[in-house]
Design a protein around this ligand. Structure first.
Ligand code: 13P
Ligand code: SF4
Length: 332
């Protein structure tokens, strides 16, 4: 199979890499040679976080992708994130190590169905969480991330009718803290929905000193017993600045790498899911590997290609998000 056929069939390049090659050094060399930058989400494996030029949450990554001067962006995250990078910086070549790195939340909101839903609420403004496809972004008025969702909702007049998509848990949480009554699309993240209330309650009993911190994509029952709720970067900041020494962390376990790095003397316990595993990993995020990153940099495939009309329509609500975030002082 040639390169294009492999990408088409498998979604990534699985060419064997000489085992005597130091993959960390080889990636560094390819980055320099090609003027490439690696952007990684906090949910990536720790070895990927260690080779990344920038690690961030969805808002930080979108900003970095928009600003970079590099010729190539390798996006170590999931498809909607790489797509967002292409929407914001179309002259750059945007690569994703594995095209199959999707997102259950994004998949829970197909554009044809959402179009009908939106048409049923003609007076409503649509706020969509960035964890959605370009097709959904193009059907939205404003995009938000978990870092700025509250500020975006608060920036709108109180009587403004709003649809919030696709995450019902984040939407319900924002309804609660803002006193709004947004109409919610019935989507959810498979990772944040699967935390076990029973196991977390037992952990809290065993570690009464530990603070339970949770991402707002978690279900209401988990958020109700949390000591702190925040986006990935807000959770990280909290563990570093808060006086407590131990934390039960209810979000994807990849973030523990940075938490431990920033606060090596504190204790972090990954909140357990409702299955046989001790921690909770996103299978989509974890599709990326150092080998796939190496091959993707070397052969410049798989690449994110986007229709220009769709890109422009999807960019408008992201630009609105950036404007509101800047005026709310959330980004500098
Ligand atoms: P944030 O990075 O915005 O916190 O989102 C979490 C997430 O689920 C990313 O896929
Ligand atoms: Fe999607 Fe959830 Fe994975 Fe984030 S953690 S990429 S929202 S499935």
């Amino acid at each position: 199979m040639n390169l294009a056929e492999v990408v088409l069939e498998k979604g990534f390049l699985d060419y064997n890499i000489d085992p005597t090659v130091d993959i960390y050094v080889a990636i560094e060399e390819l980055k320099k040679e090609k003027n490439a930058v690696i952007l990684a989400h906090y949910y990536q494996d720790s070895d990927i976080q260690d080779i990344a030029d920038y690690i961030g949450d969805s808002l930080g990554l979108a900003r970095k992708a928009a600003q970079t001067e590099a010729d190539i962006i390798v996006f170590a995250g999931v498809h909607f994130m790489a797509e967002t990078a292409k929407i914001l910086n179309p002259t750059k070549k945007v690569l994703i190590p594995d095209l199959n790195a999707g997102c259950s939340l994004s998949d829970s909101c197909p554009p044809p169905l959402f179009r009908i839903f939106r048409e049923r609420h003609p007076e409503h403004l649509v706020i969509s969480y960035i964890n959605c496809s370009a097709g959904i972004k193009a059907l939205s008025d404003i995009i938000c991330t978990s870092s700025n969702a509250r500020a975006i909702v608060d920036s709108l007049p109180e009587d403004q009718k709003i649809i919030f998509a696709p995450d019902k848990n984040l939407g319900a949480y924002i309804n609660k803290v803002t006193g709004r009554n947004m109409v919610l699309w019935n989507g959810a993240c498979m990772v944040h929905e699967i935390f076990s209330l029973e196991k977390i309650t037992k952990l809290k009993v065993r570690h009464p000193e530990a603070k339970l911190i949770a991402h707002p994509e978690c279900e209401e029952a988990i958020l109700a017993i949390a000591d702190f709720i925040g986006s990935t970067s807000e959770l990280l900041k909290y563990t570093h600045t808060c006086k407590s020494d131990s934390f039960i962390v209810a979000t994807e376990s990849g973030i523990l790498h940075k938490m431990i790095e920033q606060s090596p003397n504190k204790t972090f316990i990954a909140a357990p899911p409702d299955n046989a595993c001790a921690c909770n990993e996103c299978p989509h995020m974890k599709k990326n590997t150092l080998e796939k990153i190496y091959n993707c940099l070397k052969y410049e495939q798989p690449e994110i290609i986007m229709d220009e009309e769709l890109r422009l329509a999807a960019k408008k609500p992201i630009d609105r998000m950036m404007e509101i975030s800047i005026s709310a002082g959330l980004v500098g």
